[in-house]
Each structure stands twice: as structure tokens, then as C-alpha cells.
Ligand binder design. Structure first.
Ligand SMILES: C[S@@+](CC[C@H](N)C(=O)[O-])C[C@H]1O[C@@H](n2cnc3c(N)ncnc32)[C@H](O)[C@@H]1O
Ligand SMILES: [Zn+2]
Length: 276
């Protein structure tokens, strides 16, 4: 995938042990193989994005196959809608879904995440893809260079995705539904509050072509209970009593409830901007 410099937006090419642009801004490739293209100005904290603990918990949980049905649904949709070209996964985490998707479709993959720990973990395992530390708000990728963008339980930035996708490119989005992981929530919270959530958002510059619910139940035991908890944002919200109740939970049956939205890039018209 064609990369651009996060400082001056000139094309990036191979340089001494990393990448370099025409204005001699250079970026080292880390030992694990990823490149850090996040500038200091784009960082709002010292270590933005998911922590090492979250990344490792997610890796252990996903590798055990509990969320395999989500990967399968993603692959099915990408095939049915004839995805082609290069894949860009935004907020890629440790790479589980995107690596499987790219392998199933035999398409080249670039994964982007603001967390250095996440891309380090992804690059360590999936050597045949390109992994970048960068922000979804300014993705260092050239205009029109992706055929398929995915955002799985991560950010959607319609203007950036529209810029990066080629004509008629696809965007696959997975969002958690309000009833996702009710079993976990009922252990960690005293009271369940249902928040309204738009799980099929309108996106300027995109036409929604399909929306599918993904629902399945699964049972976690032992360490996987804690892994499931640690990979969710609840880990930062929960009180001491809730965390203790979870620590004492040895087995949990829960239901994953998500929505898979398939969008196709359309030329932006005044109407689509207004609708968005
Ligand atoms: C809930 S995780 C999902 C990870 C992966 N897509 C998965 O489903 O396994 C959200 C990811 O978004 C990343 N993230 C958060 N803010 C971001 C940003 N501004 N730009 C890029 N990635 C971001 C986090 O570091 C984290 O890895
Ligand atoms: Zn530059």
C-alpha cells in the first residue's frame, strides 16, 4: 500500500532501515517489523491506545477461537461483496481478524493502530502484512490506495476512509450492539443501564449496502474470564466490588451481539454530505 509521510504528506519510500520521504523525514522500522508513523503532535498521551495488558488479553482470548464467528462473518461478507485490492484495517489491535481476512481472500494487508503495543504484537505474529503505528484521524496512506477498509470494534473516520478507498471500494464495520456481553456486565455492574446506540450509522460519502446482526453464545472458564474482561473498555469503568466479583468468577456463559455493516464508497454529493 502506498504510504505518505505523516509530517509533509509526500510519498514514503524505503530508506535506511525504515521509511523516508522526499523531504528527508525518516521513520525507523522496529525489530518486530512495524513502523511508527505517529508524530508527537498526534499523540494525546505518552502511550495512546490499548495497553500491553489489554493487547495480550485480547490475543489470548481471540486465539482460543471464541470470536471465530465474527471472523467468519467478515470473510463471508467480503467474499459476497467481491472485495478486491488492498485491505486496510483501522484500529487493528493485535491483528486477529484482519490477518484471517487477508489470508482467506489472498489480498495484501496493512494494519494501523495508535497503540504501539498492539502493532508490535501484530507484527510479531503476522509477518506477511504491513503494520503501522498511526492515528485513524490521519492515516499515512495515499488517496485511493485501498480496495477494502475494515474497522472492527474500533473508530470510524468517514472522511479519511473515503479519501483512502478507491472508487467503489468497500468498508466493513463491526460494532458492538447494546446487548453485547450482558453476562459479563451483569457480574461487574450492580445495575445494567441500557444506552441508546446507533449501530447502523449513516456515513457521508458511503452507501450502506447491508447490515447483519452477529449473535452467538460462548462459555469462558478460568483465565479466559479475566482475558475477556481485560480486553473490553469496562476494565477502566468498573468499581472495586465489580472487579472483585469478576475475579471470583470461574466460569461465565455469555452472548456476543454485534452488527456487521457493509458500506460502499460513493462519490460525495451535496446530498450525501447533508444526509450524513
Ligand atoms: C476495542 S480495540 C479493537 C481491536 C481489534 N480491531 C479487534 O477487534 O481485535 C480498539 C483498538 O483501537 C485502537 N485505537 C484507539 N484509538 C485509536 C486511534 N485514534 N487511531 C487508531 N487506533 C486507535 C486501540 O489501540 C485498540 O487497539
Ligand atoms: Zn515528509
Amino acid at each position: 500500500m502506498k504510504l505518505i509521510c505523516p509530517i509533509c504528506r509526500e510519498e514514503l519510500g524505503p530508506g535506511d532501515g525504515g521509511l523516508i520521504c522526499g523531504n528527508r523525514h525518516s521513520f525507523d522500522r522496529a525489530r518486530q517489523g512495524y513502523v511508527n508513523l505517529l508524530t508527537v503532535q498526534q499523540k494525546h498521551s505518552l502511550a495512546p491506545g490499548d495497553t500491553r495488558e489489554q493487547v495480550l488479553s485480547r490475543r489470548a482470548f481471540l486465539e482460543a477461537g471464541f470470536y471465530g464467528p465474527i471472523a467468519d462473518a467478515l470473510i463471508r461478507a467480503a467474499r459476497e461483496w467481491a472485495a478486491e485490492g488492498e485491505i486496510l484495517d483501522v484500529g487493528c489491535g493485535e491483528g486477529y481478524y484482519a490477518a484471517r481476512l487477508a489470508r482467506a481472500l489472498s489480498l495484501p494487508l496493512t494494519g494501523v493502530d495508535i497503540s504501539k503495543e498492539a502493532v508490535r504484537c501484530a507484527a510479531g505474529k503476522y509477518k506477511d502484512a504491513q503494520w503501522l503505528c498511526a492515528t485513524a484521524a490521519h492515516i499515512p496512506v495515499a488517496d485511493g490506495s485501498a480496495g477494502l477498509i475494515t474497522s472492527l470494534f474500533a473508530l470510524t473516520v468517514p472522511e479519511e476512509f473515503h479519501r483512502i478507498l478507491k472508487k467503489d471500494g468497500l468498508f466493513l464495520q463491526v460494532l458492538a450492539a447494546p446487548d453485547h456481553l450482558l453476562g459479563l456486565k451483569s457480574v461487574i455492574y450492580d445495575r445494567l443501564v441500557f444506552k441508546e446506540k446507533d449501530t447502523i450509522p449513516r456515513l457521508p460519502g458511503f452507501a450502506l449496502v447491508e447490515s447483519r446482526p452477529i449473535r452467538f453464545s460462548f462459555t469462558v472458564e478460568g483465565e479466559q474470564v479475566q482475558n475477556l474482561f481485560s480486553m473490553t473498555p469496562h476494565v477502566f469503568r468498573v468499581g472495586k466490588a465489580g472487579a472483585e466479583r469478576l475475579a471470583n468468577t470461574t466460569k461465565l456463559t455469555d452472548e456476543a451481539s454485534c452488527v456487521l455493516n457493509v458500506y460502499r464508497r460513493v462519490e460525495e454529493t451535496a446530498e450525501s454530505i447533508l444526509r450524513g
